[in-house]
Design a protein around this ligand. Structure first.
Ligand SMILES: O=C(O)CCC(=O)C(=O)O
Length: 280
């Protein structure tokens, strides 16, 4: 397996911007495993798999989560890739705990945007060492739906209410601020997007604001984001937010490592064992 750790320049840039693209990190053979896993999950989704857009849309925008617990290729990709080590290195953490994998597939000509959001308030951890790594199985251009990131937004001190990718789901709660209208005021923000080739990765802090346009091309845009937590993170129970695929049985504030959120760095002696059945 490729060994990757952040240089001090890369870590400084990541800490400053809350987002960083690394080129050519994942072996093409492993990207093929990821592509196989994504296609398998599209064909046979897990318990929480769904389409984010209406069936009458020209292109499908599909999502799924915790694929590593029910799909062999997704599990192989997670365990054989260097993502956990990279996550630990960029978080400045001795350990990396895998919180969840989350798929975002925009088939050709899907008009559906991924709305502006921070990841943290959908998810199950608070702390500082919170990171996501976005990996695409296809070349990604601005036109096919490259994710846009607001540089430095992870340092605003704000936590925003999550926004439903599925317009039928809202996460309104007075625990967090209402997200301002970023799209109508784009010139007020330092927005960056990376066009990527398979093997490139984009790392973001879970508080970095981001969004993605639809896919206006004939090319598929298949991607998975891998969410990791570090030493200082702890379990967060949200009044509104998504739930893990299985109740981890953790109390608010508990350390993260458990069967549902396995510690993957340093590499475990025994592979994580959680298995979830796919609906037939
Ligand atoms: O890939 C996308 O369209 C959205 C990705 C995203 O929102 C995320 O990784 O949290």
């Amino acid at each position: 397996m490729t060994r990757i750790s952040a240089t001090s320049e890369q870590r400084d840039a990541f800490n400053r911007d809350g987002v960083l693209c690394l080129r050519g990190v994942i072996d093409p053979k492993l990207i093929a495993v990821l592509a196989e896993g994504i296609d398998s999950c599209l064909e046979r989704p897990g318990p929480k798999g769904r389409n984010f857009n209406a069936v009458e849309s020209p292109g499908r925008f599909a999502g799924d989560v915790f694929m590593w617990t029910f799909d062999d290729a997704m599990r192989q990709f997670l365990l054989d890739s260097p993502l956990a080590e990279i996550a630990a290195s960029f978080m400045g953490s001795d350990t990396a705990v895998h919180m969840l994998d989350q798929m975002f597939v925009k088939e050709p000509h899907t008009p559906s945007r991924s709305p502006w959001h921070q990841d943290q308030t959908y998810m199950y951890a608070d702390g500082e060492q919170l990171i996501s790594i976005w990996v695409a199985a296809d070349p990604v251009t601005i036109e096919s739906g490259a994710v846009e990131w607001i540089k430095g937004s992870h340092r605003s001190g704000k936590l925003y209410q999550a926004t439903g990718f599925d317009p039928n789901i809202t996460y309104e709660t007075d625990d967090y601020d209402v997200l301002p209208d970023i799209e109508s005021n784009r010139d007020q923000h330092d927005i960056v997007a990376y066009e990527t080739e398979p093997g490139d990765i984009v790392i973001n802090h879970l508080r970095t604001l981001h969004a993605a346009p639809g896919n206006g091309t004939d090319q598929r845009r298949r991607a998975v984001a891998y969410r990791f937590t570090g030493d200082d993170a702890y379990y967060a129970i949200r009044k509104k937010g998504s739930q893990p695929i299985v109740d981890p049985g953790l109390a608010q504030g508990a350390p993260m490592p458990c069967d549902v959120f396995p510690k993957l760095w340093p590499a475990p002696v025994e592979a994580p064992s959680l298995h979830v059945d796919r609906p037939r």
